[in-house]
Write a protein that binds this ligand. Structure first.
Ligand code: SF4
Ligand code: SF4
Length: 447
């Protein structure tokens, strides 16, 4: 108990406490969404290079078949979520707001859609290089929302090694409960994935960090863990953005990942619970990443749910399955309310990184009127990355993007704590996000 008390007191500094609303779906078991008539799979639905199609228009594909191969090392494979026919390889609307080259598949209404699992891979005999290739082959990305190709994290420069595997079960975004339900419903797959990671990475120990608002997940996992073994569950106080890698590392190991460093530089690899389960599914039964658990919530949706959704399913179909939208729904957000983005069309598809679909009514989606900065300092107090958000917002408004670098804008994790705490309603994180995307374009003028 003393140890627990110490951990809870330690945590990370700053952050915010947004209202939660997890009660709508935290007790709702994961249900499988039925197949629909059409799927759209953008080739660039992860960070890094887009995937390259290996199928042609008109070709018949089966569920789980490779349809696009990695376009570079920082890129992943893409598989068909359904048995049917490739109807187009063309530009389609992406949830990010722009259009992206995508593979469109029409479902065969007479196909069984049954997957034939392959026997488990002998993963104990896999070298780290082979393991990395397997994870890339399975198309696995970070399932917490960032969608960074998972295999890249296991590729270590010479001389580096991983001591600790940190499993991110914090799920600090309000409304989202998809990771929570995975921990409650598939603890064995999660622990199996951890066993695999410990072995292939040669790590000494693994920690699953779970916020205290998920007591059932904590107890399910604790009951299955051998107290004398290398895996432990650490309950964490409820605080946003606890699920950000650097904050989670600080809360659990009391170690800092400095500016420009990665967790692996201090011997830690961080994976979301969904990512670890996906690794176990691939190695144990050869099921690639063709579907994911999505929380559907917000007052605008009739039946809040946790669903297994095939990738590429149009958002409109998911919402329809959940009873449709209330008339006073004003926006649908992909992801959580703090870091998610509003979709411009309900025809955009569910991607590998889609953790939630939130339908907000007029009442829930109050956009504060913007007033001038009153220099109250609340955004500075809230920022977990110890930046000066008000200064960054001022520079962004003046389009002085180059100067923003001096104030470590690239260390911003885009958590939105500053915007949330600003009494003047200044959209700070949105301004910073725009500046960061400008700074990533080397040919554009930045100041
Ligand atoms: S919280 Fe808003 S009003 Fe206060 S200093 Fe920051 S930007 Fe200015
Ligand atoms: S400046 Fe970035 S890291 Fe700091 S609170 Fe705002 S969004 Fe979060």
């Amino acid at each position: 108990m003393d140890a627990l008390y110490t951990l809870l007191r330690r945590g990370f500094r700053h952050g915010v406490h947004p209202e939660e609303h997890k009660e709508r779906t935290e007790g709702v078991p994961i249900q499988r969404m039925p197949f629909v008539g059409r799927y759209v799979l953008p080739l660039g639905q992860h960070l890094g290079a887009p995937s390259k199609p290996v199928v042609e228009v008109g070709e018949r594909v089966v569920r789980g078949q490779l349809i696009a191969e990695p376009g570079a090392f920082v890129s992943t494979s893409l598989h068909s979520p359904v048995t049917g026919w490739v109807r187009a390889i063309a530009s389609r609307r992406h949830p990010g707001g722009l259009f992206a080259r995508s593979i469109e598949i029409e479902t065969d209404p007479y196909a069984t859609q049954r997957l034939t699992p392959r026997p488990p891979l002998a993963w104990k005999a896999l070298s780290i290089t082979d393991f990395i290739a397997e994870v890339q082959k399975a198309g696995i990305v970070g399932m917490g929302g960032a969608a960074f190709p998972a295999h890249v994290k296991y590729s270590l420069p010479d001389g580096q090694h991983i001591d600790n595997v940190l499993v991110n079960g914090a799920e600090c975004e309000p409304f989202l409960t998809n990771d929570h339900r995975l921990m409650v419903e598939r603890p064995d797959a999660l622990l199996r994935g951890i066993e695999i990671l410990l072995h292939v990475l040669g790590a000494k120990a693994a920690t699953i960090g779970v916020e205290l608002n998920k007591p059932d997940a904590i107890s399910v996992l604790q009951r299955r863990i051998d107290p004398a073994g290398p895996v432990r569950v650490v309950p964490l106080r409820v605080k946003y953005p606890q699920g950000a890698e650097k904050m989670l590392i600080k809360a659990i190991y009391d170690q800092e990942v400095r500016s420009g460093e990665l967790p692996r530089d201090i011997g830690i690899v961080v994976n979301n619970v969904g990512t670890v389960v996906a690794i176990a599914d691939w190695l144990d039964s050869g099921v690639p990443l063709i579907e994911r658990v999505v929380t559907v919530s917000g007052r605008g949706v009739a039946k809040p749910s946790n669903l297994i959704v095939p990738l590429g399913t149009p958002v409109r179909e998911v919402l329809r399955f959940c009873g449709g939208l209330r008339d006073d729904t004003v926006e649908v957000v992909v992801g959580g309310p703090m870091m998610g983005t509003t979709v411009s069309s309900l025809d955009v598809p569910v991607l590998k990184g889609t953790s939630g679909l939130l339908a907000f009514t007029r009442e829930e989606s109050v956009r504060p009127k913007e007033y001038p900065c009153i220099r109250c300092g609340r955004c500075v107090e809230a920022c977990p990355a110890f930046l000066n958000p008000s200064r960054l917002a001022r520079l962004a408004k003046a389009r002085m993007f180059g100067e923003m670098k001096q104030y470590a804008v690239m260390d911003c994790i885009e958590c939105g704590s500053c915007t949330y705490s600003c009494p003047s309603g200044i959209p700070i994180v949105q301004l910073i996000r725009t500046a960061k995307s400008q700074l990533r374009q080397p040919t554009r003028k930045t100041a």
